[in-house]
Design a protein. Structure first.
Length: 387
């Protein structure tokens, strides 16, 4: 199951010009081929799932050193490199930005028809990763980019997806890797790179285990019983009592606390409209989810429904939700907007050729292969890329 990391990046307009994107494809192919040749394709997935390595990789390719476009452009270049090289890089990339993201399941199934991999389980992983980042972690970043990466013949996959908050003019990138986490729904973050953080509804935080159990138990209760329990809150005029940070900490440690109004924004009775609530409760009652992952996986259960159920779990069961934000470079060839300096086309082409020569040398014999890898390590150290 996945480990997940996030990176927050400022939104920039514009796209990579054709002359730069062509070079990005060449460079991505050369670097990817060396990593796969020496360490195998799974190592390439591991590196792409690390937001710091990914950012450095994007800078080496010459895109903006810190903008949101590095995500979409780097993955588009790498996907094109994989397409041109067949399975030489050893990985498959499905999905992309906008409409391409929505076609990810079809693309996975089409590839699996050729490779013999289990399409259903990979599609489930793709869908759950998107569901967690769009509904279980409600941070106001709406997903618009989703790439699913896997190694044919191996039970290893990765996801790199990105959401946008147009009000803050920031994008947030989410990284998943299937190797190391025991669950989709219990603190899947391994690290966070972030300039903008705030209080969010985080249903997959490790400290929210009691809340997840309460929320799932609530979803199995008869709607009439639940509505009777919350009627006293629905009849109040202005605001609903919710746990503040201190109260949530006390309750998480088994201590009792009075309900108090938190400093953050409050919820009004219209957020728990009885008619809307009944529809949600009827739907979840009919499904009788045995655990939170099953509840989260329901296709028609979105962020608003989960938010309502989460609030009810706090009110009825005194089970506090977590509102901890899960979110926490280097450049070699400049960036397309001239920051930190304009792309040096001549240097870029020379480095592509240098990498190509190292790949060819690595095919000759072990001694020259080691020399080639030492040269690559020296190059990566100069450009600021680690690992």
């Amino acid at each position: 199951m996945p480990t997940r990391r996030t990176a927050d990046l400022p939104l920039h307009r514009g796209e990579a010009p054709a002359w730069l994107f062509r070079r990005m494809v060449e460079m991505a192919s050369a670097i990817g081929a060396i990593i796969v040749r020496e360490y195998g394709p799974i190592e390439l997935l591991r590196r792409l799932s690390d937001p710091f390595w990914f950012q450095a990789f994007g800078c080496v390719l010459g895109f903006d050193w810190h903008s949101s476009g590095v995500t979409t452009t780097v993955l588009a270049a790498l996907k094109e490199a994989c397409k041109r090289g067949g399975y030489e890089l050893g990985i498959v990339i499905c999905g992309g930005k906008g409409a391409l993201a929505r076609k990810t399941p079809e693309e996975i199934r089409r590839v699996c028809d050729k490779t013999g991999d289990p399409a259903d389980s990979l599609i489930y992983a793709s869908r759950m990763a998107a569901k967690v980042d769009s509904a279980a972690v409600q941070d106001n970043y709406e997903l618009y980019h989703h790439c699913f990466l896997f190694v044919p013949g191996q039970p290893v996959w990765a996801v790199v997806q990105q959401g946008m908050d147009p009000r803050k003019r920031y994008a947030r990138r989410y990284h998943w890797l299937s190797e190391v986490m025991p669950s989709f729904v219990s603190d899947p973050h391994a690290a966070v790179v972030c300039d903008k953080r705030g209080e969010v509804l985080n249903l997959v935080a490790s400290e929210a285990e009691h809340h997840r159990h309460a929320l799932t138990a609530l979803s199995r209760e008869h709607p009439d019983r639940v509505l009777r329990e919350v009627r006293k809150f629905l009849e109040k005029a202005e605001k609903l009592p919710l746990y503040g940070a201190a109260e949530r900490n006390h309750l998480a440690n088994g201590e009792k606390s009075d309900l108090r109004m938190p400093a953050r924004h409050s919820l009004s009775p219209r957020d728990l409209n009885p008619a809307t609530l009944r529809k949600i409760l009827v739907q979840t009652y009919e499904r009788q989810a045995s655990e939170f992952e099953h509840l989260l996986g329901e296709q028609n259960l979105g962020s608003a429904a989960l938010r309502s159920l989460s609030l009810l779990a706090e009110l009825i069961y005194h089970a506090p939700a977590s509102r901890r934000d899960p979110a926490a470079y280097s450049f070699a060839h400049g960036g397309k907007d001239g920051h930190p300096y304009p792309v040096n086309g001549r240097l870029y082409d020379e480095n592509i050729q240098r990498l190509r020569r190292w790949v060819e040398l690595a095919r000759i014999d072990q001694e020259e292969k080691l020399a080639a890898l030492r040269a690559l390590a020296s190059f990566l150290q100069k450009t600021g890329v680690s690992g």
